[in-house]
Write a protein that binds this ligand. Structure first.
Ligand SMILES: [Ca+2]
Length: 528
């Protein structure tokens, strides 16, 4: 019955052979322990995975089981041969990534791509209070941990590319992967471990050291776990307002945005209440919490485990770092993924002993960092002509921009600036939050939001395609701030790091035309 319905839909909206070749995929086994569970033709107007689709396509649902403990779900959406642009695009997911990404897949489909996303080896339990951060699925399941860390995206990609070949009778001309946050972690895994999988990648807020990110989230959540008054909606508003007042003009433009927060080194002690100041100020516990979060996780011998958070991110701290289970994915990571100890609580995390214990933990014979962390080794990816656009919001309250910057600097150390520019370029967006949003400048495609225009000057996706296909590397994009009523209130160049957008000194500071990408002035000494 399902097949008949699918056939009738196909007959209405695409060549009959598309529907027939779609349904013929159903039940087919693929290499690498992958099988197609169903293949049905979807018609315009149908709701698929909660999204109303306005183009016809072949919806392929598959599963990969590279180990007996694995169950990696994935979907591949294939436009009719007549409207296929000849290319393939994988779409990443966020959080602990137990879900497909139908929204981005729908966007890829509309742009003519064959597209895929994977659940990374588990489905988020809708009843779990931690939602997408829960890791009950990982408890005593080492192979599922490996699936999540790097294997699921690879096997899903291999299977999806085989499905593309079967449906269209040929491989995609180019293969791209688009992601942010946890999906960007997977993107780096692909480029460094499986460089043949993708020709080009756009990835943002990329936690290259997942273990470091978990330590960082745990560290940042300690102050409010120990004293809920240390972070409140009111206190972070006071702190954020004072930081903006102190640092807004350091970038030459008074616009409410701290363009490069490394220039903002104010000690929050300046905003502590005193005999003469009793309002619009912070308690000693609130000052201590802010200092702790800016400093970043540090061992008792002074060794830094991860870069700290930057100033200008404070408004996003409360949802991330307060409540009964703060710290995002890190809440379940130690007890269920690493220590297999459901009684472990992050409030007891010892940044000396527990860090050592965690980093020495083995998963199927490999250490935790060997499974979860990446190294800046893009040798094979760049040798085969791979291109990588990395982006990060300067006001990301979830993943400190300094961790992407650290990774980028390691890549430049390995290859040199010129050789790095040939295969990987880094774009930092002033005032943008986690993958999108915030007070600043964004909207250059992918997770950052729809670009002002769908061309290489405005869209990272268009630019990636031009870089891969024509070797035209992107130097800058024109980004925007778009307000709640969807009005563009400012435009600004988003420059290839290490360049930054500098105001010419003349004309409207809300107009990108009055800025140019230039080398930045030396930074002040960084605090702590
Ligand atoms: Ca400013």
């Amino acid at each position: 019955m399902l097949a008949l319905l699918a056939m009738s839909g196909a007959a209405r909206s695409a060549a009959p052979e598309d529907g027939a070749s779609c349904i013929a995929l159903s039940g087919k086994a693929l290499a690498a322990h992958s099988v197609i569970q169903s293949a049905t033709y979807a018609s315009p107007g149908e709701t698929v995975a909660g999204i109303v689709i306005d183009v016809p396509f072949c919806r392929v649902v598959g599963v990969s089981t590279p180990t007996s403990d694995s169950h990696i779900g994935f979907e591949v959406w294939l436009p009719p041969a007549s409207s296929w642009n000849g290319n393939f695009r994988g779409e990443g997911s966020g959080g602990s990534a137990g879900a497909l990404s139908p929204g981005p897949m729908s966007d890829a489909l509309k742009a003519g791509y064959a597209t895929m996303s994977t659940d990374n080896g588990h489905l988020t339990d809708p009843k779990d209070p931690l939602g997408g951060s829960s890791q009950a699925w990982a408890y005593h399941h080492p192979q599922k941990k490996i699936d999540w860390a790097w294997r699921a995206l690879h096997v899903s990609t291999v299977a999806a590319k085989l499905i593309v070949r079967r449906f269209y009778g040929r491989a995609a001309h180019k293969n791209y992967f688009i992601a942010c946050s946890a999906g960007a972690h997977h993107a780096i895994m692909e480029a460094t471990r499986f460089p043949q999988d993708y020709d080009g990648i756009v990835a943002g807020a990329a936690p290259w050291s997942w273990t470091g990110l978990m330590i960082y989230h745990t560290w940042n959540s300690i102050p409010a776990l120990k004293d809920p008054s240390a972070l409140s909606a009111e206190s972070v508003q006071i702190l954020a307002r004072h930081m903006i007042e102190a640092c807004d003009k350091l970038d030459g433009v008074q616009d409410g945005i701290i363009a490069d927060p490394r220039r903002c080194t104010v000690d929050p002690i300046a905003f502590q209440c005193s005999d003469s100041a009793q309002t619009d100020c912070l308690t000693p516990a609130q000052v201590a919490a802010a200092r702790h979060i800016y400093a970043g996780p540090t061992r008792s011998d002074g060794k830094r485990l991860m870069p700290g958070q930057v100033r200008g991110t404070e408004l996003g701290w409360v949802p991330q770092l307060t409540g009964p289970h703060p710290g995002g994915s890190s809440w379940d990571f130690w007890k269920l993924t690493v220590f297999n100890d459901p009684n472990f609580s992050n409030v007891d995390f010892n940044f000396d002993q527990d860090t050592d214990r965690a980093l020495a933990t083995r998963i199927d014979g490999s250490t935790l960092p060997q499974v979860y962390d990446e190294r800046p080794n893009f040798d094979a990816f760049r040798a085969r002509g791979g291109k990588f656009i990395l982006f990060q919001g300067w006001a990301d309250p979830v993943i400190t921009p300094l961790v992407d910057l650290d990774f980028y600097n390691r890549i430049v150390t390995r290859y040199g600036q010129a050789a790095t520019d040939d295969f990987l370029r880094f774009f930092l967006l002033p005032g943008m939050g986690h993958c999108s949003g915030g007070v600043g400048i964004s909207h250059i495609g992918a997770a950052t939001g729809a670009p002002l225009q769908d061309d290489v000057a405005h869209s990272m996706l268009r630019a990636l395609d031009a870089w891969v296909q024509n070797d035209a590397a992107p130097s800058m994009f024109v980004g925007a701030h778009i307000d709640e009523s969807k009005q563009v209130t400012a435009t600004r160049p988003i420059c290839r790091y290490p360049l930054e957008a500098q105001y010419s000194g003349h004309g409207d500071t809300k107009d990108a035309a009055n800025f140019t990408c230039r080398a930045s002035a030396p930074l002040p000494p960084q605090p702590m």
